[in-house]
Design a protein around this ligand. Structure first.
Ligand SMILES: [Zn+2]
Length: 50
C-alpha cells in the first residue's frame, strides 16, 4: 500500500498497486485529477504503508 499525494490539490490518499508502477495512473479521489504515479521528474509517492 502506498500513500500518494495529488500534485494538483495536494491531498494524500492510499493506493494499493498491482504489478508494475511504471505508466500507472491514479485518479485523485478529492479533485478528480488524473496523475501518473511515476513521472520523469520523480514520483507522487509520499511513503509506503505497511
Ligand atoms: Zn487532487
Amino acid at each position: 500500500m502506498l500513500l500518494l499525494k495529488c500534485p494538483k490539490c495536494k491531498h494524500e490518499m492510499k493506493y494499493n498497486p498491482s504489478g508494475e508502477l511504471k505508466g500507472k495512473k491514479k485518479r485523485c479521489v478529492y479533485c478528480g485529477f488524473s496523475f501518473s504515479i511515476l513521472t520523469k521528474e520523480g514520483n507522487n509517492i509520499v511513503r509506503e504503508l505497511k
